[in-house]
Design a protein around this ligand. Sequence first.
Ligand code: FAD
Length: 562
Amino acid sequence: MSTGLRIVIVGGVAGGASAATRARRMNEDAEITLIEKDEHISFANCGLPYYLGGEIAPREKLLVATPELLQKRFRIRVLTRTEVVGIDREARAVAIHDRRTDERGLLPYDRLILAPGAVPIRPPLPGIDAPNVLALRNLADTDRIHAKIHAAAGRRVAVVGAGYIGLEMAEQLTGQGVGVDLIELQPQVLPPVDPEMAEPLAQALRDKGVRLHLGTGLESVEVDAAGRAVAVILSNGERVPTDLVILGMGVRPLVDLARRAELQLGPQGGIAVNRSLQTSDPLIYAVGDAIEYPQGPTGGPQRMALAGPANRAGRLAGEHAATGNAAPMGAVSGTAIVRVFDWTAAGTGLSVRAAHKLGLAARSVTIVANHHAGYFPGAHPLTIKLAYEEPTGRILGGQVVGQEGVDKRIDVIATVIAFRGTVRNLADLDLSYAPPFGSAKDPLHLAAFAAVNHLNGLEDFVDADADLARYQVVDVRSAAEVAARPLAGAPQAINIPLDDLRDRLGELNAAEPTVVSCAVGQRGHAASRILRQKGFRQVFNLSGGATIRQRAMQAAGKLPGR
Ligand code: FAD
C-alpha cells in the first residue's frame, strides 16, 4: 500500500480508537492522527453508570487505552483537548483548535474518519441550565455526578428518561442508597421493548423503592435563589423535590462538522454512509453514533447509538481508509440489553409495531419457559417474544426478559436475523444443552415451534392484550390456578381444566370464535389442538397465557399494581 498515507480521525473513543488501531494494523506506513477534543480517549462509556454505582472501581479501570499506549504500541499520534472545528474538502485539511494553548492550525489528510459521537438531548426548558442538571456522556460528566451523589446534599436524584441509560442509573443510584425518581414520557419503562415485556422491570424498580413517574414528561426545573435545581415539575403538574437531575432523554448525533462540509445527511439526521462507511465524499468516512446504519432486517437507514456497531464500523472504516478495501458493514439490528436489579431485558430487530409501520406483514408469539431444565435447582422463567414475517417466517425481531439466560437467547435471535433466517431455521438450531444451562427444547425452540405451528396452520394466536369480549374463552388451567389469578379482562371465561376438556366439549359452542388460555400458553396449545380436531372452526391460543396477559393489562393501567 502507499506509504505515508495521512489518515486523520476525529473523535477518540469507541469508533475513533477502533478505526485508528485497525488502520495501523493494516498499514504500517500510514501517518495516523487521532484527535479528541476532551481529556481522555478510549474510555469505557458503557461502564460509567457502574463506576457511579461502585461496581467498577477504581476509576482508572474505565480508561481502556491511554494516548501513551496508542503512541507507543501503534505509533498513532494522539492530540487530546484538540477540537476539529472545520473541514476544508478542497484543500483536504481539517482546521484544529488546541484547547490547552488556544492555538489554531490546519492538518492535511488523505483520508478522514469522522467519529464524533453524539450529545445528550437537553431540551430548552426553564431551569435546565442549572449546574446540578447533568447528563452522562463522558468522564467529566461522571466526575461531576460522582461528586454530587457522594456529597451530603445529593441524596435524592431525579432521572429523566427510562431508556437503557436511565434504567442503569436508577439501578446503580439505588444501590448507593440514593432516593431515585424515574420520569418517563411514555407510559412504560424501556420504551424500545413492548409494554408487557418491560413490566417486570417496572415492578422490580418499584420493589426497590424507585418512584416511577410514567406517562409524564419533564416540564421545567425549579431553581432556588442561588440558581440550583431543587425540584422538577412534570407535565402532569406534579412537583418532585430533588438534589440532582440526571438527563437520560436520548442523544443527538454530532453532525455539525459534516453539515458544514456539505456532506450528505440521512433521513434521520445522521451522516449518510455507504456500506464501506464512506460519506458522500469518498475520502471521508463516518462511524458511530453520528451516522445512519443499514438496519437489520430491513436495510433502511437507522441511527443506532450503540457501542458494538460503533466499534465494528470503526474497524472497517479504519481498514478501508488504510488499504482501499474492507468487507462491507453488515446490517445493524440494534441488539441491546439492560440489567435492572435481578431482571434483564433485551431486544433486537423490529417490534411488531415497528414492522407494521414499515409495511411488513408481521406477527408475534410469546412464550414463557424456564431458562434451564425445571428440575435443576435455580430455574427462572424466561419470556421470549418473537416477531416474524408472514408468510415467509423470516424473523424480524425478538425481545427477551427474565432473570437468567436472557443474553444468550437475544444473541441467538440476533444471529438468526443477521443471516436472514426464519422461525423454521430457529426451530432447527442445534443449541447446547445440559440441565444447568438449558433444556433439550430450549425456550427459543419453543418460541420457534409456536411460530411454525402458526405458519403451518396448526394454531393461531391472539395477542396478550387482545379484547377478549367477543370470544368464547376457555381457561384450561386447574380450578386452583384460576382462583389464585383469574384471567384478566375475561369475566366470561369458562374454566375447563385441560385434562377434562375432551369430556366436557358439550359445554362449548363449536361455531363460536374461541380463545383458549392457560398459565403461559403451553396447555393452551394442547387445548387448541383438541378443539380444532373436534370441529371448532376458529380457535386462538392466548399468546403467553394468563401470565403475559396480566403484565399487558398491568402495563396498560387496566389492573391495579402500578
Ligand atoms: P463516542 O464514543 O462518544 O466518541 C466520540 C468522541 O468524539 C467523544 O469523545 C467526543 O469528545 C469526540 N469529539 C466530538 N466532536 C469532536 C471534534 N469536533 N473534535 C475532536 N473530538 C470530537 N452502548 C452499548 O452498546 N451498550 C451499553 O451498555 C452502553 N452503555 C452506555 C452508557 C453510557 C453512560 C453512555 C454515555 C453510552 C453507552 N452506550 C452503550 C453507547 C456507546 O457508548 C456509544 O454508542 C458509543 O460510544 C459511540 O461511539 P462513537 O465513537 O460514535 O462516539
